[in-house]
Design a protein around this ligand. Structure first.
Ligand SMILES: Nc1ncnc2c1ncn2[C@@H]1O[C@H](COP(=O)(O)OP(=O)(O)OP(=O)(O)O)[C@@H](O)[C@H]1O
Length: 306
């Protein structure tokens, strides 16, 4: 099956400063693909290249097997782009904005009305559709911005950090809508610097840092391959790191310790025996779940939150 997206050796510089350095990326049909990286990693630059807003310096970009340099109009019919910045007319209502964007795609009459009703329902804003955008919250504006990108029923939706600075209710609506789109067979490319979002939504992920993809694959595979294995241990009156064979690093977290090791179950059993002998009151002794944050730390030497 043709990849929805195939990016090979893409570079892009701004005034001599490299923003992307030899990016390789493949996205399979039907996946919700997370592009995860800190601010300034190059996510927006990559998304603008994929939508033809800017051109790459080098490399090949194909969407649905079509080359972006040769077949951009055909690609535009297949993709929806939700930019990071909101692009709506404040003095028009939500419905009027959607009418305008729908007409830009050549949709008219009763078909346009039907599609507007459908996307408004999908983003949970049917009731507010008649109100001016200026009266919407930041989250509601974002939801209409997303609705506008869905009117022409794209097969790939590219979303650039769609949840930055929004309320939890809007975030939930966006998540639900993405899951529904994916069930309908739409492929999603979702950029974010929140690893929790990738863990909640995505089945595939690429980690980007300083303009380079440092790893990509299935979410579970990446976690299993790269996540640091660790035990969390906390006991009353224990203020020094527990000394257990096999622990490569002990870091204080809250009032307990994160013990990194290759064999966490062994460390748990040894520490539990040790603490039982010492008569220590154990508050927590648990296997830590691998997170994308620890994958990122292992691959780049920094945490996503740095
Ligand atoms: N138009 C531009 N002119 C000059 N430099 C730019 C421009 N756009 C982006 N950059 C630089 O390119 C690098 C990548 O930026 P980009 O916006 O793609 O990152 P990002 O991962 O999307 O980050 P953010 O989440 O902060 O938007 C940064 O160093 C940024 O300063």
């Amino acid at each position: 099956m043709t990849d929805v997206l195939n990016v090979r050796g893409v570079t892009k510089s701004y005034g001599g400063h490299p923003a992307l350095k030899g990016v390789e990326l493949k996205v399979k049909p039907g996946s919700c693909f997370g592009l995860l990286g800190p601010n300034g990693a190059g996510k927006s630059t990559l998304m603008k290249l994929l939508t033809g807003i800017i051109d790459a310096d080098q490399g090949v970009i194909e969407l649905f097997g079509l080359n972006i340099r040769k077949e951009l109009p055909a690609i535009h019919r297949l993709i929806g782009y939700v930019p990071q910045d909101i692009t709506l007319y404040e003095k028009l209502s939500g419905r009027q904005n959607l009418t305008f964007f729908g007409q830009m795609h050549g949709i008219r009459g009763s078909e346009l009305k039907k599609r507007i009703a459908h996307v408004l329902e999908a983003v949970g804003l049917t009731e507010r559709a008649g109100d001016e955008i200026a009266s919407y919250s930041g989250g509601m504006k974002r939801r209409i911005n997303i609705a506008a990108a869905l009117l022409h029923q794209p097969k790939l939706v590219i979303m650039d950090e769609p949840t930055v600075g929004i309320d939890p209710q809007s975030r939930n609506h966006i998540f639900e809508m993405i899951r529904k789109l994916q069930r309908e067979g739409v492929t999603i490319l979702y950029s974010t610097h929140y690893m929790e979002e990738v863990e909640a939504l995505c089945d595939e992920v690429a980690i980007i840092d300083h303009g380079q993809i440092v790893s990509q694959g299935g979410l579970r595979e990446l976690l299993e391959l790269h996540a640091v294995k660790a035990v969390y241990a906390e006991a009353a009156g224990v203020s020094e790191p527990p000394v257990v064979e096999g622990v490569v690093r002990a870091t204080q977290e809250g009032s307990g310790w994160v013990l990194e090791c290759d064999h966490p179950l062994k460390v748990m059993s040894e520490l539990s025996a040790q603490w039982a002998d010492d008569g220590v009151i154990v508050k927590a002794l648990e296997l830590m779940q691998p997170t994308l944050d620890s994958v990122f730390l292992k691959l780049t030497g920094t945490t996503l939150r740095d």
